[in-house]
Design a binder for this molecule. Structure first.
Ligand code: ZN
Length: 147
């Protein structure tokens, strides 16, 4: 896996999501080691968000709750069947489910199905988003070509 960078971009190919097991997230200070999780901030040199791609095997649960100090999280579920828990409330999740959690929300999620559960987690500083997409974007007056 290599990141291709240019002056104004970075491109990464993680390969098929089923191969996410090759990535291991370790946080020894809290005794966490998990296969199937890759963070993109350093790989892509992200400057305003942390994003992780996650694979949770059949019938497994994240074995801990966690909160954040200042970042909210958005979980975008891509496939599989699971449950999401926030402060003791439990919700079903699967392909198309999107969950936003306040920094202080105690969260956990688990796979309730026979197939892998995949989700993308975006972490951004709560309250940091200033300009709406359409106000920040600027049209480039140039004809589109692909040659
Ligand atoms: Zn988190």
């Amino acid at each position: 896996m290599e990141t291709q960078t240019g002056k104004k971009f970075a491109i990464l190919d993680l390969g098929k999501f089923e191969g996410l097991d090759q990535f291991v997230f370790e946080a020894p200070e809290v005794k966490i080691k998990r296969e199937g999780k890759v963070f993109l901030k350093d790989l892509l040199n992200l400057s305003g968000a942390e994003i992780s791609i996650n694979k949770l095997p059949a019938y497994e649960s994240i074995p801990f709750y966690h909160t954040h100090r200042q970042n909210e999280e958005i979980y975008i579920f891509l496939s599989g069947t699971g449950e999401f828990q926030i402060d003791g409330e439990i919700f079903p999740v699967g392909e198309g489910s999107i969950v936003r959690v306040d920094p202080a929300g105690e969260r956990c999620w688990r796979n309730c199905g026979e197939t892998d559960l995949y989700c993308v987690v975006i972490q951004v500083k709560a309250g940091s988003y200033q300009d709406r997409t359409i106000q920040d974007g600027m049209a480039v007056r140039k004809r589109v070509t692909w040659s």
